[in-house]
Write a protein that binds this ligand. Sequence first.
Ligand code: LLP
Length: 418
Amino acid sequence: MLGLNNTVSQQLNFYGNTTPTKLVEQYGSPLYVYNEEVFRDRCRELKDLVTYKNFQVNYSVKANSNLSLMKLAHEEGLKADAMSPGEIYVEQMAGFKSSDILYISNNVSSEEMQFAIDRNILISVDSISQLETYGKINSGGNVAIRFNPGVGAGHHEKVITGGKKTKFGVAISDIPKVKVLLKTYNLYLVGINQHIGSLFMDGDKYIEGAMSILNVAKEFDNLEFIDMGGGFGIPYQKLASQGRLDLVNLGERLDKVLHEFATEYGSEVTFKIEPGRYIVAESGILLGTVHSIKENFGITYVGTDLGFNVLKRPVMYDSHHDIEVYRSENIPSQNSHPVTIVGNICESGDIIAKDRLLPQILHNDILGVLDVGAYGYCMASNYNNRLRPAEVLIDSNGNPKLIRKRDTLEDLVRGFVL
Ligand code: LLP
C-alpha cells in the first residue's frame, strides 16, 4: 500500500499489522478504526496529570461510548461521567460500578432522576428547579450541583458551557437559594462540578475555571469531591505541525492550586476531571473511499462515501480534520492540488474539507480522516437512510477486531409500526 502523506498514522503505528486498504476490503467503507495503544496512552497521561493523591479521571463517554473502548477505560482505572440513562446503561455494561459514575444531568424529568437513584448513582443537578425536583423525590439523599462560576472556553460558541451565554449550571448568585433548598429537603451536598467547555489548547482558562469553582467550594462544608470538568484539547492540525496542549505545565500549575486548596479547606477532598476528547479523539481514524473526481467551475471535488451522516463535526462546527491519502497500487501522485472533499448526502453543505492541499487524489484511493475518535461515531446518523459504519479496534498486538457491526437495511426499519 502506498501512503502519500501518512506521517501521523505511521508515527503512531496506527494500523499495526494491517493497512487501511486491507481494512476497507475486509470490513467495508466507510469505517471507523481505533487504536488500543493510543487510547490507553491518553488515559495514562491524564491519570498522571497531578501528584495530588485523591485525583480521579472520569471518562466522558459522550465522546465515544463504544463498549470495547469503555472497557479499556475501565481497565485503565478511569471512572465515568454520564449524560443520560442510556450512558448509564452502557457504562454499567462496560463494568463501571454505581459509585464510579456521576450522572451530570441537564433538564431531566423526575423519572430520569429516579433511574439513577434506583441504581445508587449520584446525580449532579444544574438548576435550582432541578434541585427542588430532586429534593422532592429523594429527600435526605446525596446530591451534587453543577455551578457556572463564569469562566468559559471552547473551539466554537456551540461548545462553550461556562460563562454568561450558556444554559448550563447554577449561577453563583443563587448559592443562598441552594443552601435553603438543601436544608428544606435535608439533602447532603457531596460534590460540586463545572465544565467550562470543550477544547482549550492553553491551560490558562482551565486554571482560571478551577480557581473559580474552588471559590464556590469554600461556600460549602464537608464536600467529598470537586469536579473541574473536561475540555482538554488535542491538535487537529497535525500536518501543519500544530503543537500539543502542554499537559506537564498545566499539571504542575493545577497541582499547586489543588494542594493549596486542600490545606485551606482542611480535608483531602477528591478532585475530578472529566475529559472526553483528549482520551479518545486521537485514537480514531475514519476511512472512506473516493468514488468520483470532478471539476465544477474551477473547483476540484473529490466525491467520497464520507457524508456528514458519518462525521458531523466539519459541517456542524466548521471543524478541521487532517486527511491522509492511501492507495492500494504503487502509483505515485504527480503533484499537490487544492481539492474540496465531499460526501454522498444530498445537501451542498456536505463538505468534509474545503480547498485542502493534498497529494493528487485518484479514483478508488482510501482517505483517512484523522482525530475522529471523539464526537465521530456517536454523532453519526442514518440521514438519507444511510447505514452507520462499522467500528474496528487495532489491538495492542496490532491486529484488527470488529467492535461494532455496520448497520443493516433491517436496522433502518426496525422501529416502524404498521
Ligand atoms: N463534561 C461535561 C459536562 C460536558 O458537557 C462535556 C462535553 C465533557 C465533560 C467532555 O468534554 P471534552 O473533554 O470532550 O471536551 N460535539 C462537540 C463537543 C461537545 C462537548 C459536549 N460536552 C465536538 O465535536 O467538538
